[in-house]
Design a protein around this ligand. Structure first.
Ligand SMILES: Cc1cc2nc3c(=O)[nH]c(=O)nc-3n(C[C@H](O)[C@H](O)[C@H](O)COP(=O)(O)O)c2cc1C
Length: 412
């Protein structure tokens, strides 16, 4: 996708600069050609030598370097790119950009360029939420600067909130979409939004697989790890919600700040969900077995010459039962569609058939048991593809999205 594309990467002086080494590696894997500019502060966090070794080119840092000026020139450097990427975009760099300052090579290039600029902000949440930074962000958005992130997350300083730089994979996806002119994926920050957006809300989440017994030692199960559902429960709790997690058998610890109910079968999961309702939001991430053995054996089935035959019975469809409640239906019912083929078509069909408000569609092969996932949100009004991200990042962003959906509903 980035074959031969020329990226001018500006590295700012933030703690997240170390992640940019991984971004450089990924850009190079995609055959992008790179010119890199480091600010003076950036060199305190990563060395020009590491950057040059990974980028395969010269690192520029001095506006007044005679050699740079004769070889390439600062104006040419700013123009000879398909896209300018600033990562990490520090509060200082955003301020300089918003004001049109040009007091070093990075700021001068950012002012002199006639190309699209994509910034990946990274800073402490108080710096991000400061009215001055928010003013600068609003100015830059008005100027057409694209943003990827920042994300909510744990900060190096021990606080939690917005300000963490997006992961290299998400920045790479935003680079690709910015170059293609599709800016939907360049994720705009929610300005001044960090105020426990789910405070006072009750959220029920299901997670993990179910195990449907065949006999006391054997069961029908699936490969769901519960990572995505547990991450969503944790993110909803961090966003201020009271969270009840109904978990099938998983090897994960119970998330902090969440009431976790442990179940084994689909029937137990349904009973636990019904007991946990009412709720404002129900999120069904569990991979519930569609069938159970109608009459599980009470003793271990002995090996014999002929394999045993089982009659299967259909399990309750927990998502549909909750979505179709007439009394006590959660205001938002969210399902997950893990498919192997025709992912979006199946997910749209599931949205309609089960009467959900939102379906999160993903590819089973990409998602199950992995740390990252690539999802598409499917709502009655349309769909929204998200770049590949870690599951905890998806969880944080999904929670924010749901908080906004609740707020936008007339009955909220
Ligand atoms: C340990 C340390 C970490 C820092 N992390 C950040 C950060 O993540 N984001 C930020 O905006 N500033 C951060 N700063 C402050 C910047 O380094 C400082 O504002 C600097 O002038 C930014 O320069 P630049 O924008 O030209 O790179 C940090 C400073 C220190 C000492």
């Amino acid at each position: 996708m980035l074959d031969g594309k020329r990226i001018l990467l500006v590295i700012g002086g933030g703690i997240a600069a170390y992640k940019v080494l991984e971004l450089i590696r990924r850009l190079r894997e995609q055959n992008a050609s790179l010119n890199v500019v480091m600010t003076r502060a950036a060199k305190q966090f990563v060395t020009p030598l590491s950057v040059a070794s990974l980028s395969g080119g010269k690192v520029f840092d001095d506006l007044f370097s005679l050699t740079d000026e004769t070889e390439i020139g600062h104006i040419q450097l700013s123009r000879a790119a398909d896209l300018v990427v600033v990562a990490p975009a520090t509060a200082d760099l955003l301020a300089k950009m918003a004001q049109g300052l040009a007091d070093d090579l990075a700021a001068t290039l950012l002012l002199a360029t006639d190309k699209k600029i994509l910034v990946a902000p990274a800073m402490n949440l108080r710096m991000w939420l400061h009215p001055a930074t928010q003013r600068n962000v609003a100015t830059l958005q008005k100027d057409g600067v694209l943003f990827v992130g920042p994300e909510d997350g744990d900060m190096a300083c021990g606080e939690y909130g917005p300000g963490r730089m997006s992961e290299p994979a998400a920045i790479l996806a935003a680079v690709a979409s910015a170059i293609e002119g599709d800016t939907r994926i360049a994720l705009l920050p929610g300005i001044g939004r960090f105020d426990k957006p789910l405070a006072g809300r009750r959220v029920v989440v299901t997670s993990g697989p179910t195990h449907e017994p065949i006999d006391p030692v054997r069961y029908i199960g699936n490969r769901s790890s519960g990572r995505q559902g547990h991450a969503i429960a944790a993110a909803a709790a961090k966003a201020g919600a009271e969270v009840i997690l109904v978990s099938g058998p998983v090897t994960l610890p119970d998330p902090p700040g969440v009431s976790t109910l442990h179940v084994e079968t689909a029937i137990e999961m349904l009973a636990a969900v019904e007991a946990a309702l009412p709720a404002d939001i129900f999120i069904a991430t569990a991979a519930v077995a569609d069938w159970r053995v109608e009459a599980a054996a009470s003793q271990k089935i002995k090996k014999s010459d002929t394999p045993p035959q089982f009659a299967l019975a259909e399990n309750p469809d927990i998502l549909a039962l909750v979505a179709q409640r007439t009394a006590g239906r959660p205001r938002l019912v969210v399902g997950f569609a893990a498919e192997t083929d025709h992912i979006l078509a199946h997910a749209r069909e599931k949205l309609q058939r089960k009467h959900c408000d939102l379906i999160v569609a993903n590819d089973v092969g990409d998602a199950m048991g992995k740390d990252e996932n690539e999802i598409t949100l499917i709502a009655p009004s349309g769909s929204e593809p998200w770049p590949k991200m870690r599951k905890d990042e998806i969880a944080a962003r999904l929670v924010r999205h749901l908080a906004q959906m609740l707020k936008d509903r007339p009955d909220a």
